[in-house]
Design a protein around this ligand. Structure first.
Ligand code: 5GP
Ligand code: MN
Length: 333
């Protein structure tokens, strides 16, 4: 970070802190298909604003995946603002590259006079009144820590939330790890949280049906060795047969990325549309691929949704786009 960037960040955080201190009514939101980073960031700010005596609600389009039920105050999250908060002054939008990512909550956000946008996506439309946007951070949670550090001691509950943000968005420190991420983690550990306990809750509480779904999905594994691309899918029949949902696909795509033969991998999930999760390594880029289909994300972890296409048609399109993208980027490097 250069001196100039440092000053810019300090000024942005000054403005956010001034709003936190001076305004009264807040809504906090994040993206649809809410994840660990979104939830952790939301609850950490929620706890601060409550402590400051503010009226505040977290409002998300989608219900949190069950694995996050251990997060403090997770049951306070609503799917629309309550009447008493019909006209909040400030919206805090977390982990969203565009306001559309907030899904149905975007309409409430648009009604507020001030929007605070905190995000670490490479492409962010800066839709906020204040835009604290920096792709150098591992997670939005790491950025939220920067803001919370302006206040008194971070609570253990807040640290649990932000640690969850960081580990889920870095795949437990495999990708997206920024220059200062581990310094941030140290600050969280200083509150006395247990990393093993948090990871255990997120990653080691899977139901047996998880493996049953994985077994079915693995039978669809296919690849292109020359292009170093691998993929597999989960369809509605598999969910029905194993009584699972998309929540139970957590970690599937990362398994493909563990194979040395492949640099770009993806998982397709059949829903109303086809949801695609892309991952890459060794300098290969999937964000550009996802963006071609109206999605986005990060260089090594991105996603998109394809409408009106079958699974096999979707695979063809994605493989062709990865190939094109790799050629354009001189073998992706
Ligand atoms: P996942 O594959 O875990 O659903 O998503 C990986 C990353 O890609 C997320 O952290 C998010 O940044 C991004 N992402 C996933 N789906 C979408 C999408 O439909 N649109 C956009 N803009 N980004 C997405
Ligand atoms: Mn994130």
């Amino acid at each position: 970070m250069t001196m100039k960037e440092f000053d810019k960040e300090t000024l942005l955080i000054d403005k956010i802190v001034a709003l936190f201190n001076n305004e009264d009514n807040f809504i906090i939101t994040s993206h649809y298909n809410i994840d660990g980073d979104g939830l952790g960031s939301e609850i950490a700010i929620y706890l601060l604003l409550k402590k400051l005596g503010k009226t505040v609600e977290i409002v998300n389009q989608d219900k949190a995946p069950e694995i996050y039920n251990f997060l403090p105050y997770i049951n306070d999250i609503k799917n629309s603002p309550s009447k008493s908060l019909a006209e909040p002054n400030v919206s805090i939008v977390l982990d969203c590259g565009t306001l559309e990512r907030a899904g149905e909550i975007a309409s409430f956000v648009k009604k507020t006079s001030t929007i605070i946008n905190i995000d670490h996506h490479f492409l962010n439309t800066c839709f906020g009144t204040i835009n604290f946007v920096d792709a150098g951070y591992s997670s939005t949670g790491e950025m939220v820590l920067k803001v919370l550090e302006r206040y008194d001691q971070l609570s253990k509950e807040q640290a649990i939330c932000l640690y969850t943000s960081i580990i889920t968005d870095t795949g437990s420190f495999i990708y997206n790890v920024g220059k200062n991420t581990l310094n941030a983690v140290q600050k969280l550990l200083d509150t006395g949280i247990s990393p093993a306990e948090i990871s255990g809750k997120i990653y080691m509480q899977k139901p047996l049906k998880y493996i049953e779904l994985l077994t079915l999905s693995l039978q669809t594994l296919d690849y292109n060795l020359k292009e170093k691309i691998a993929w597999m899918y989960v369809d509605k029949k598999m969910y029905e047969a194993t009584k699972t949902t998309a929540e139970n696909t957590e970690g599937f795509v990362e398994m493909l990325l563990a194979l040395k033969e492949f640099k770009t991998v993806f998982l397709l999930k059949e829903d109303k549309n086809i949801k695609v999760s892309l991952r890459s390594k060794d300098g290969y880029d999937v964000e550009t691929v996802a963006r071609k289909f109206g999605g986005g994300g990060h260089k090594q972890a991105a996603g998109c949704e394809l409408e009106n296409l079958s699974i096999s048609e979707s695979i063809k399109k994605i493989v062709a786009e990865i190939k094109k993208n790799n050629e354009r980027n001189n073998s992706g490097k």
